[in-house]
Design a protein around this ligand. Structure first.
Ligand SMILES: NC(=O)c1ccc[n+]([C@@H]2O[C@H](COP(=O)([O-])OP(=O)(O)OC[C@H]3O[C@@H](n4cnc5c(N)ncnc54)[C@H](OP(=O)(O)O)[C@@H]3O)[C@@H](O)[C@H]2O)c1
Length: 289
């Protein structure tokens, strides 16, 4: 039997490279689509004929079409967390996602899996969450049978989540808690999500489904930080809100501004966690320092 060809965009990413490995284990031939095929070759090697690094940039219709042509299934695991110049949330999560869906439909791809995120909402005031929601709608319009996958925050080796919490716990005298620490999270292991995606892209049914992937337990952010600390044998002092625990100096202020800008694109419009709240809170604390 000929191995089915699956194209994965974002295939060098945290989730994407695990989807590639799982698909390979399932016997598929994987086109590892990336803007940097040399990076893909370094990650996956060049010897296995079922692992094929290729050029794939979702900003270009031609590049997308070349990467998809002849594939049975397509997974879009492209991500953008911070906007820079022309690399906006809209360009990647709406226009790019739509481009992949249009080409997948045109070229007769049998299964399209679009990775989005838990809570995606086209009406949100947060630009990031809004674009994720608009992206889902654009994908379903262009390719009505698309499978939408919405993972919760994911953890695993080389993540940007638990490893960051652990590093901060190890290095800071007090852990800078965001808000009141009661935000709820249901972290999923990245390998579990990758396995779910590898299975779902091979299904033969064509009905559109939305798959939400969360781990077995819901934590408050505060409880999660405490659990990480406990496992690492640390006794943290949790400080809330973020800037209260620092006697902010000039140099630290510019670092804080960078942190705040980074948060802003994510948090604008999220209840109790808006950029203006952070800005006002920071200004209040600076005045009192
Ligand atoms: N990580 C999480 O906790 C989490 C939680 C919920 C949802 N998600 C979603 O899961 C998906 C994957 O996230 P991730 O954390 O694995 O992201 P990541 O590690 O940042 O990887 C993103 C990938 O996108 C590729 N990429 C960026 N711009 C591209 C473009 N124009 N064309 C083609 N490829 C491009 C990058 O590859 P090159 O630079 O090599 O091209 C990279 O491999 C995203 O949709 C994300 O929103 C992630």
């Amino acid at each position: 039997m000929v191995a089915p060809i699956i194209t994965v965009f974002g295939a060098t990413g945290f989730l994407g490279h695990r989807i590639v490995r799982r698909l390979h284990e399932h016997g598929c031939t994987v086109r590892i689509a990336s803007r940097h095929p040399s990076q893909a070759r370094a990650l996956f090697g060049t010897n296995d004929p079922r692992l094929r690094p290729i050029d794939g940039d979702i900003r270009s219709g031609q590049s997308v079409a070349d990467a998809i042509a002849g594939a049975r299934g397509v997974v879009n695991s492209v991500s953008l967390y911070i906007e820079r110049g022309k690399r906006t949330f809209h360009a990647v999560h709406v226009e790019g996602a739509q481009r992949v869906a249009v080409e997948a439909r045109r070229l007769g791809v049998e299964q399209l899996v679009h990775i989005s995120g838990l809570g995606a909402n086209a009406q949100s005031r947060s630009p990031y969450i809004r674009c994720r929601g608009q992206g889902e709608l654009a994908v379903r319009t262009a390719y009505p049978g698309a499978i939408l996958v919405r993972p919760a925050v994911m953890f695993g080796p080389d993540d940007a989540f638990l490893s960051v919490i652990l590093k901060l716990l190890q290095r800071l005298p007090a852990y800078p808690m965001f808000g009141n620490g009661m935000t709820k999270l249901q972290p999923a292991h990245v390998d579990d999500v990758a396995e779910a995606i590898a299975r779902i892209v091979q299904r033969t049914e064509r009905d559109p489904i939305t798959l939400e992937c969360g781990g077995p337990r819901v934590y408050t952010y505060k409880d999660l930080v405490r659990s990480v600390a406990r496992e690492a044998g640390l006794k943290p002092r949790l400080a809330c809100p973020l800037f209260e625990c620092f006697n902010v100096t000039g140099a630290e202020r510019s670092r804080s501004r960078a942190t705040s800008r980074w948060n802003a694109s994510w948090l604008r419009g999220v209840p109790n966690c808006s950029a203006s709240t952070w800005g006002q809170r920071r200004r209040r604390l600076w005045r009192s320092s």
